[in-house]
Ligand binder design. Structure first.
Ligand SMILES: [Zn+2]
Length: 162
């Protein structure tokens, strides 16, 4: 549903709330550390009557992006792409990181910032096949064709090489 602007201001009750942008500068705490965030043009809603400013989902997303980049965390897009490159599902990644699948999905859609320790673990998983085998031994290396190797096939392969 698209909001029609100007909409009603929660403070002065005038229909004067409209999209605008502000220079945003604030320190944010994430995962035990403080990050100074500067956004030159943060999209917000501003009341033309009383000056009330409210943050929107878009504002929150941009602030999260800025924190992520200041903390040098993988972005949601990088996370999904890297997971897909190793042929893992969100459930595989959840099992390997001992997290809930819903958590992985929130990391990938930008709904939740992951911790630095998770970022280290994720990078190890994405970069190192030996780490993947260690964390998720039941997950087999995907076949070159792109289709996942079934257990039966892998058993045959193992036997064939003996
Ligand atoms: Zn107002």
């Amino acid at each position: 549903m698209k909001t029609i602007y100007p909409c009603k201001c929660g403070k002065c009750r005038q229909f004067a709330m409209a999209p605008a942008s502000i220079a945003y500068s604030e320190s944010h705490f994430h995962d035990g550390e403080s990050y100074q965030i500067e956004i030159l043009q943060l999209p917000i809603l501003k009341c033309g009557s009383c000056g009330e400013v409210i943050l929107t989902n878009e504002s929150d997303e941009q602030i999260s992006d800025a924190i992520r980049s200041a903390a040098k965390l993988l972005s949601p897009i990088e996370l999904r792409q890297k997971r897909e490159q190793i042929g893992w599902s969100t459930l595989d990644l959840a099992n390997a990181t001992r997290s809930a699948e819903a958590t992985i999905i929130r990391w990938e859609n930008g709904g939740q910032l992951h911790r630095k320790i998770d970022d280290c673990l994720l990078r190890l998983i994405f970069d190192r096949a030996d780490v993947r085998t260690q964390l998720l031994p039941t997950k087999l290396i995907p076949a070159i064709s792109g289709s996942s190797l079934s257990l039966a096939n892998s058993t045959n392969l193992t036997n064939a090489t003996k």
